[in-house]
Design a protein around this ligand. Structure first.
Ligand code: SF4
Length: 185
Protein backbone atom coordinates (compact mmCIF):
# COMPACT_ATOMS: atom_id res chain seq x y z
CA UNK A 1 0.00 0.00 0.00
CA UNK A 2 1.64 3.21 -1.14
CA UNK A 3 0.91 6.87 -0.59
CA UNK A 4 2.31 10.02 -2.16
CA UNK A 5 2.02 12.37 0.80
CA UNK A 6 -0.10 13.96 3.51
CA UNK A 7 -1.19 17.57 3.77
CA UNK A 8 -1.56 18.01 7.52
CA UNK A 9 -3.47 21.31 7.45
CA UNK A 10 -5.32 21.63 4.17
CA UNK A 11 -7.91 24.19 3.07
CA UNK A 12 -7.99 23.41 -0.67
CA UNK A 13 -9.39 19.92 -1.07
CA UNK A 14 -12.79 20.23 0.58
CA UNK A 15 -14.72 22.37 2.99
CA UNK A 16 -13.19 23.52 6.28
CA UNK A 17 -9.73 22.72 7.63
CA UNK A 18 -8.74 19.16 6.98
CA UNK A 19 -6.12 16.52 6.49
CA UNK A 20 -5.54 15.32 2.93
CA UNK A 21 -4.00 11.96 2.14
CA UNK A 22 -2.68 11.42 -1.39
CA UNK A 23 -2.53 7.79 -2.46
CA UNK A 24 0.05 6.70 -5.03
CA UNK A 25 -0.88 5.50 -8.51
CA UNK A 26 -3.37 6.54 -11.17
CA UNK A 27 -4.09 5.02 -14.58
CA UNK A 28 -6.33 7.78 -15.93
CA UNK A 29 -3.44 10.05 -17.02
CA UNK A 30 -5.65 13.09 -17.63
CA UNK A 31 -4.09 15.75 -19.83
CA UNK A 32 -3.05 18.65 -17.59
CA UNK A 33 -3.12 16.59 -14.36
CA UNK A 34 -1.80 18.72 -11.49
CA UNK A 35 -0.23 15.72 -9.77
CA UNK A 36 1.62 13.61 -12.35
CA UNK A 37 4.15 12.39 -9.81
CA UNK A 38 1.34 10.33 -8.28
CA UNK A 39 0.75 8.28 -11.47
CA UNK A 40 3.37 5.57 -10.88
CA UNK A 41 1.94 2.81 -8.68
CA UNK A 42 5.48 1.99 -7.51
CA UNK A 43 6.33 5.57 -6.55
CA UNK A 44 5.73 7.41 -3.31
CA UNK A 45 6.19 5.77 0.09
CA UNK A 46 5.15 2.54 1.74
CA UNK A 47 2.27 3.02 4.19
CA UNK A 48 3.41 1.95 7.66
CA UNK A 49 2.35 1.99 11.31
CA UNK A 50 4.19 5.26 11.96
CA UNK A 51 2.26 7.23 9.36
CA UNK A 52 -0.95 5.49 10.42
CA UNK A 53 -0.43 6.64 14.04
CA UNK A 54 0.28 10.15 12.85
CA UNK A 55 -2.92 10.15 10.79
CA UNK A 56 -4.94 9.07 13.84
CA UNK A 57 -3.43 11.93 15.85
CA UNK A 58 -4.07 14.46 13.09
CA UNK A 59 -7.69 13.39 12.62
CA UNK A 60 -8.28 13.55 16.38
CA UNK A 61 -7.19 17.19 16.68
CA UNK A 62 -10.07 19.56 17.52
CA UNK A 63 -9.47 21.83 14.52
CA UNK A 64 -9.52 18.96 12.00
CA UNK A 65 -13.01 18.92 10.53
CA UNK A 66 -12.37 16.96 7.35
CA UNK A 67 -10.44 14.06 5.88
CA UNK A 68 -9.87 14.13 2.12
CA UNK A 69 -8.53 11.14 0.22
CA UNK A 70 -7.17 11.90 -3.22
CA UNK A 71 -4.29 10.92 -5.38
CA UNK A 72 -3.47 9.38 -7.57
CA UNK A 73 -6.67 7.42 -7.88
CA UNK A 74 -8.00 6.22 -4.51
CA UNK A 75 -10.41 3.80 -6.20
CA UNK A 76 -7.86 2.14 -8.53
CA UNK A 77 -7.76 -1.57 -7.60
CA UNK A 78 -4.17 -1.46 -6.18
CA UNK A 79 -5.14 1.52 -3.97
CA UNK A 80 -8.42 0.18 -2.62
CA UNK A 81 -6.88 -1.60 0.42
CA UNK A 82 -5.25 1.64 1.61
CA UNK A 83 -8.30 3.76 0.83
CA UNK A 84 -10.54 1.40 2.82
CA UNK A 85 -8.04 1.27 5.69
CA UNK A 86 -7.96 5.07 5.92
CA UNK A 87 -11.75 5.21 5.76
CA UNK A 88 -12.03 2.72 8.60
CA UNK A 89 -9.56 4.74 10.70
CA UNK A 90 -11.70 7.84 10.15
CA UNK A 91 -15.02 6.13 10.87
CA UNK A 92 -13.58 4.59 14.07
CA UNK A 93 -12.56 8.06 15.25
CA UNK A 94 -15.99 9.48 14.38
CA UNK A 95 -17.76 6.71 16.30
CA UNK A 96 -15.43 6.28 19.28
CA UNK A 97 -14.67 9.96 19.91
CA UNK A 98 -18.00 11.33 18.72
CA UNK A 99 -15.91 13.52 16.44
CA UNK A 100 -17.38 15.82 13.83
CA UNK A 101 -15.33 14.86 10.81
CA UNK A 102 -16.49 14.91 7.20
CA UNK A 103 -14.95 12.54 4.69
CA UNK A 104 -14.27 13.71 1.14
CA UNK A 105 -13.12 11.30 -1.55
CA UNK A 106 -11.78 12.36 -4.94
CA UNK A 107 -12.05 9.95 -7.86
CA UNK A 108 -11.82 9.91 -11.65
CA UNK A 109 -14.75 7.47 -11.77
CA UNK A 110 -18.22 8.93 -11.88
CA UNK A 111 -20.67 8.37 -9.03
CA UNK A 112 -23.12 6.58 -11.33
CA UNK A 113 -20.40 4.26 -12.71
CA UNK A 114 -19.42 3.25 -9.20
CA UNK A 115 -22.92 2.74 -7.89
CA UNK A 116 -24.44 1.00 -10.89
CA UNK A 117 -21.49 -1.31 -11.60
CA UNK A 118 -21.25 -2.65 -8.07
CA UNK A 119 -21.68 -6.36 -7.56
CA UNK A 120 -22.50 -8.47 -4.54
CA UNK A 121 -19.48 -10.73 -5.19
CA UNK A 122 -16.01 -9.79 -4.08
CA UNK A 123 -14.57 -7.46 -6.71
CA UNK A 124 -12.92 -4.05 -7.02
CA UNK A 125 -16.34 -2.73 -8.03
CA UNK A 126 -17.83 -3.76 -4.71
CA UNK A 127 -14.90 -2.25 -2.77
CA UNK A 128 -15.25 0.96 -4.79
CA UNK A 129 -18.90 1.22 -3.81
CA UNK A 130 -18.04 0.48 -0.16
CA UNK A 131 -15.47 3.29 -0.16
CA UNK A 132 -18.01 5.70 -1.60
CA UNK A 133 -20.72 4.65 0.88
CA UNK A 134 -18.29 5.35 3.76
CA UNK A 135 -17.72 8.90 2.49
CA UNK A 136 -19.79 12.03 3.03
CA UNK A 137 -18.89 13.65 -0.28
CA UNK A 138 -17.18 12.53 -3.44
CA UNK A 139 -15.68 14.79 -6.06
CA UNK A 140 -16.12 12.69 -9.18
CA UNK A 141 -14.91 12.53 -12.77
CA UNK A 142 -11.59 12.90 -14.52
CA UNK A 143 -9.92 16.28 -14.91
CA UNK A 144 -10.78 17.72 -18.35
CA UNK A 145 -8.39 20.44 -19.39
CA UNK A 146 -10.83 22.11 -21.79
CA UNK A 147 -13.23 22.50 -18.83
CA UNK A 148 -10.63 23.90 -16.44
CA UNK A 149 -12.01 26.88 -14.52
CA UNK A 150 -10.13 28.56 -11.68
CA UNK A 151 -13.25 30.33 -10.37
CA UNK A 152 -15.08 27.00 -10.19
CA UNK A 153 -12.05 25.48 -8.40
CA UNK A 154 -12.27 28.02 -5.58
CA UNK A 155 -15.93 27.28 -4.89
CA UNK A 156 -16.23 23.61 -5.83
CA UNK A 157 -12.80 22.29 -4.81
CA UNK A 158 -12.36 20.69 -8.25
CA UNK A 159 -10.24 21.50 -11.29
CA UNK A 160 -12.74 21.27 -14.15
CA UNK A 161 -16.45 22.00 -14.39
CA UNK A 162 -17.43 18.40 -15.24
CA UNK A 163 -16.33 17.36 -11.73
CA UNK A 164 -19.19 17.42 -9.22
CA UNK A 165 -19.33 17.38 -5.44
CA UNK A 166 -21.89 14.72 -4.61
CA UNK A 167 -23.60 14.47 -1.24
CA UNK A 168 -23.28 10.70 -0.92
CA UNK A 169 -25.43 10.12 2.13
CA UNK A 170 -28.30 12.26 0.82
CA UNK A 171 -28.03 10.55 -2.57
CA UNK A 172 -28.29 7.13 -0.94
CA UNK A 173 -31.30 8.19 1.15
CA UNK A 174 -33.14 9.70 -1.78
CA UNK A 175 -31.94 7.15 -4.36
CA UNK A 176 -30.77 9.78 -6.84
CA UNK A 177 -27.64 11.85 -7.40
CA UNK A 178 -27.72 14.95 -5.17
CA UNK A 179 -25.00 17.57 -5.29
CA UNK A 180 -23.47 19.25 -2.23
CA UNK A 181 -25.42 22.41 -1.52
CA UNK A 182 -22.31 24.35 -0.52
CA UNK A 183 -23.46 25.03 3.00
CA UNK A 184 -20.78 25.43 5.64
CA UNK A 185 -20.72 22.58 8.12
S1 SF4 B 1 -7.64 11.18 -12.15
FE1 SF4 B 1 -6.66 12.81 -10.93
S2 SF4 B 1 -4.59 12.04 -10.42
FE2 SF4 B 1 -5.40 10.76 -12.08
S3 SF4 B 1 -4.58 11.70 -13.94
FE3 SF4 B 1 -6.64 12.54 -13.61
S4 SF4 B 1 -6.30 14.43 -12.44
FE4 SF4 B 1 -4.40 13.22 -12.31
Amino acid sequence: MRYAGIDRCDICNGNNVGVSVYVQGCYFHCEGCFNKETWDFNGGYEWNSKIESELIQLLSKPYTKRLSILGGEPLAAPNLPLTLEILHIATDIILQKNKELKIWLYTGFTFEDIIFSRSSDYSPDRDRATAVFLSDYIVDGKFEIDKQDLTYSKVKFAGSTNQRIIDVQKSIREEKTILWNGEKE
